[in-house]
Structures are given as structure tokens and as C-alpha cells.
Design a protein around this ligand. Structure first.
Ligand code: URP
Ligand code: ZN
Ligand code: ZN
Length: 479
């Protein structure tokens, strides 16, 4: 890979370890509303000024020539699974390799979905486990979504302190997998989370339909990886989305966030809810925008086993339409990585034994920039809205994050719209042995990532440090 732009890699820090000043000159500065040519001054990790030209700055300021580059808020990926133990395997990216890859892809914060803890554990249990995982390893800022494994009076009572004391203002519940909730538990969770100003996020798939179909396929000897998608067709997901929307309405109109939306029928239910002024938001992921079920015909189909699965090709365009018309609010990755040559092979003779999930945390920003902005489907501002501003707004980080304004964290990404890069796994910084996006061409590439005013990645090289990422205490959810 050839990078056309060179920057000095010199990094100034004061003797007390705080970052010194940086002036990013004459870039195209983009936020969720507009783009304009401007200088950006960073002092001590915060944006200190954004003006047409800045001529007054501290003595030791590092100057970055950003002419021709987009200067944007760093990406916020609100759906990763680092260090997750799914019972049959532990994901191969931890908070070091996962956030390192994120940083190299232009992302400056992740909100990780914590995995399930021991049966019966309370909400704080997984939080302390995950804080330990990330504390000395994360290279960029992070938070976690709470995980709800069961509902009882103690769990409901615990929710308020998770939000108010711990700064965990979103929770995920599952309608399938081992800790799926029944309708009564879902209603109780939604009602209480609404009361304590938290956002409920959901993995929506109809467990009974999946179980029935999976068992039928396996009984018929249809065990090859390609049958994974047939075991959970899009109606399984869409039905669960519609059900969750109705349950949220019944639970005092609780706010609801649909994760990893993969199909147009589910999106139609989201649209309908919003037409009815229901507070419902949706996230999709690059794999559903750019890949489709034809991947299951490949010899390496195991690489693409995730849930919801990849869909018929026509669903991709429906999701793009949702991004363009505003009915999808965020793009995250659901990065959940298992090695192809080892861990994914568990499923070679039985798709249901394959650990589910794909890597992607390093590819989200360049893929969406290339396929969204450079292809003319969306403006740079809409890109910022989907990748940073809305994640920050919905999950309680705005205006500290997702913002190009004085006082916000200097978490930025510089995109070169002229860089043409072909994605290959050897360019990437995760701990997996493949990328689902191998050989895809990107026009536009994140050539510098800045976290708290420090360069953490430049021209494909990681420059950050384990432990420099900070836990972000998020604000309560507000509409
Ligand atoms: O297959 C997937 N997506 N694995 C990660 C866990 C989840 O369902 O989000
Ligand atoms: Zn999920
Ligand atoms: Zn996930």
C-alpha cells in the first residue's frame, strides 16, 4: 500500500505527560450539519478553537497540513464484542487488539456489548469484569452496554445505580440465544429502563422459529455452513422487531434501539413506528450493506457465519435507502471475531456449532466513506451523523464526543478522499486471520486518527499505547 501523504510522526508531550498543542490547518472540517474549510486548534486534548484561520497558538504547537483532507469527529462504534466468551469459544480480539484496529480505522471510541456472566449474576458483575478487561489495554476511549440475562426485583432495582452511579445508560436484551427473555421480562425491563432514563437495545430474532428450522435442517442432514442463513430467514428478525416495537409501546412508550438491522421488512416496521411518533432507532452494519447470502456458497462460507445472517442481495439496497432517507440512525460493526483457520472450523460439519460473528471494526469508516460519500450516496455530514454524532447523542456522550466544537474532546479522524486502498487482511490490526472485506476497493481512507489530541494512528501505522483509553461515564438517556 502506498500512502500519498506524509506527516511528521513527531509527537510532543509536556514533561507532565499531557499532550501539547496541535494545529490542523486548512482541512475540510465536517460535523453533522455542515462542512467548511477551517483550522482546528487542539490544546491539552480538547478542541480549543475552530476558525477560518488561526494565527495565535502556543509556542510548541505541532502543525498538520490538512489541505484536501476531511477533518471529522472520530468514529464511535457502538457495537463491538471484545474479549467475549460465547461458551464454545472466546473471541480472538481483546480490548487491546480490538481498539488498536478501531483506531487504525478512524474510530476513537467503542461502546462494547458485554457478554453474559455466570447464571444469576447481577448487572454490576459483568461491568466490573469488563472494566478490568479494558483498564490497562484499551488504546481509545470506551464504555459498555449493560447486559440483561434475567429479570427479577433485584435486577430491576439495580438499574438506577447502573445509570446514575456507573454511567451505563443503555442495556441489551436478547430474544434468542441462551439468555433470551420472555415477553413478561421484556415488558418489565423496558418499563424500568425507561423510568431510570436508560435506552433498551435489543437483539431481535424469533427463537422458536429459529430452533424449529435449525432442527429440521440438521435432521435432514443439511449441516453445511450455507444452511446457517436458511435456519434464520429475515422474517425471524422482522417478526421480533415488530414484537419489540409493540412491547415498547405497551411499556409506557419506552425508547428502543434495534441493533444490527439486516433487512428491509424489519426496516419497514421501524419506519411505521416512527411515523407513529414512537421513540425507535435502528443501527445497521457494513456487512449487511455490502455483503449478501451468496457468501454462503463460497468454500470459505464459515467466515460469514453471524446472526442475523447475510441476506438476499436485494436487502442491501433497502438498507442503503434507510441510511439515505434517515430511517436508519447509526452504522456500527458488531465486531465479534473468531479465527477462520481455527475457531470457525468448529462449524465445518455443523453450522450450528460455529461461533457467530465477524470482524470489521477497522473497516467501518473507510467502507462507509467510500461506498457512501465517495459514491455520491450521502454527504460527508450524513457520514458524520451516522458514524459519530448519532452514536454520541443516543448513548449519552454528546457534546463531549461526536462533535466539532470548542470544548469537545479532540477525538478526530483525517480522511484523504484521494487514497485508493484495496483491503487485505495483512493491512489490518486486529487479531483475526481474515477480513470479510478482502479485495474490496476503497476510495478515501482514514490517514490519521487523533485521540485526546494524540496521534494514535497515522498512514496505516498504529501509534497509540495500551491503557491510554479512558472509561467514559455516559449521561442518562434523553430524547
Ligand atoms: O453473530 C453475531 N452477531 N455475534 C455477536 C453477538 C450478537 O448477536 O450481536
Ligand atoms: Zn446481537
Ligand atoms: Zn453483537
Amino acid at each position: 500500500m502506498v500512502f500519498k501523504r506524509s506527516f511528521s510522526t513527531h509527537q510532543d508531550t509536556h514533561s507532565d505527560g499531557t499532550s501539547s498543542a496541535m494545529l490542523i490547518r486548512q482541512g475540510i472540517v465536517v460535523d453533522h450539519l455542515e462542512e467548511k474549510k477551517a483550522d482546528v486548534l487542539i490544546v491539552d486534548g480538547k478542541i480549543a478553537d475552530i476558525s477560518e484561520t488561526i494565527s495565535s497558538y502556543p509556542e510548541e504547537t505541532r502543525i498538520i497540513d490538512a489541505s484536501g483532507l476531511y477533518v471529522m469527529p472520530g468514529g464511535i462504534d457502538v457495537h463491538t464484542h471484545f474479549n467475549i466468551d460465547v461458551g464454545i469459544a472466546k473471541s480472538c480480539d481483546d480490548f487491546y487488539t480490538g481498539t488498536r484496529a478501531a483506531a487504525c480505522g478512524g474510530t476513537t471510541m467503542v461502546v462494547d456489548h458485554m457478554g453474559f456472566g455466570p447464571r444469576g449474576c447481577n448487572l454490576h458483575h459483568q461491568l466490573s469484569v469488563y472494566k478490568e478487561y479494558a483498564k490497562d489495554t484499551a488504546v481509545i476511549d470506551y464504555s459498555f452496554h449493560g447486559v440483561i440475562q434475567h429479570i427479577n426485583d433485584e435486577i430491576l432495582a439495580e438499574m438506577a445505580s447502573m445509570v446514575e452511579v456507573e454511567g451505563i445508560s443503555s442495556f441489551k436484551l436478547y430474544l434468542t440465544y441462551g439468555y433470551k427473555l420472555d415477553d413478561e421480562s421484556v415488558l418489565r425491563a423496558l418499563t424500568q429502563l425507561n423510568k431510570v432514563n436508560a435506552l433498551t437495545t435489543v437483539h431481535p430474532e424469533n427463537d422458536a422459529a429459529i430452533t424449529l428450522r435449525r432442527n429440521q435442517l440438521l435432521d435432514e442432514g443439511k449441516t453445511a455452513p450455507k444452511y446457517h442463513a436458511q435456519s434464520r430467514p429475515l422474517e425471524c428478525e422482522a417478526e421480533a422487531i415488530a414484537r419489540m416495537i409493540n412491547l415498547a409501546k405497551l411499556a409506557d412508550n419506552a425508547p428502543l434501539y434495534i441493533v444490527h438491522l439486516s433487512n428491509g421488512l424489519g426496516l419497514d416496521y421501524v419506519r411505521l413506528a416512527r411515523q407513529n411518533h414512537q421513540p425507535v432507532w435502528a443501527e445497521t452494519c457494513p456487512q449487511y450493506l455490502l455483503l449478501d447470502e451468496s457468501c454462503y456458497e463460497r468454500d470459505d462460507a464459515l467466515k460469514f457465519i453471524l446472526s442475523p445472517p447475510l441476506r438476499p442481495v436485494e436487502e442491501r439496497e433497502k438498507l442503503w435507502q434507510g441510511l439515505i432517507d434517515g430511517s436508519i440512525d447509526t452504522v456500527a460493526t458488531d465486531h465479534c471475531s473468531f479465527t477462520y483457520l481455527d475457531q470457525k472450523q468448529r462449524g465445518k460439519d455443523n453450522f450450528s456449532a460455529c461461533p457467530n460473528g465477524l470482524p470489521g471494526v477497522e473497516n467501518r469508516m473507510p467502507l462507509l466513506f467510500s461506498e457512501g460519500v465517495m459514491s455520491g450516496r450521502m454527504s460527508p455530514s450524513r457520514f458524520v451523523e451516522l458514524t459519530s454524532y448519532m452514536p454520541a447523542k443516543l448513548f449519552g456522550m454528546f457534546p463531549q464526543k461526536g462533535n466539532m466544537a470548542k470544548g469537545s474532546d479532540a477525538d478526530l479522524v483525517l480522511f484523504d478522499p484521494k487514497q485508493q486502498i484495496t483491503i487485505t487482511h495483512d493491512l489490518l490490526h486486529d487479531n483475526t486471520d481474515y477480513t470479510p472485506y478482502e479485495s474490496m476497493q476503497c476510495l478515501g481512507w482514514p490517514i490519521m486518527t487523533i485521540s485526546h489530541g494524540q496521534v494514535v494512528a497515522c498512514n496505516g501505522e498504529f501509534m497509540g499505547e495500551a491503557g491510554n483509553g479512558r472509561f467514559v461515564r455516559r449521561q442518562p438517556f434523553s430524547r
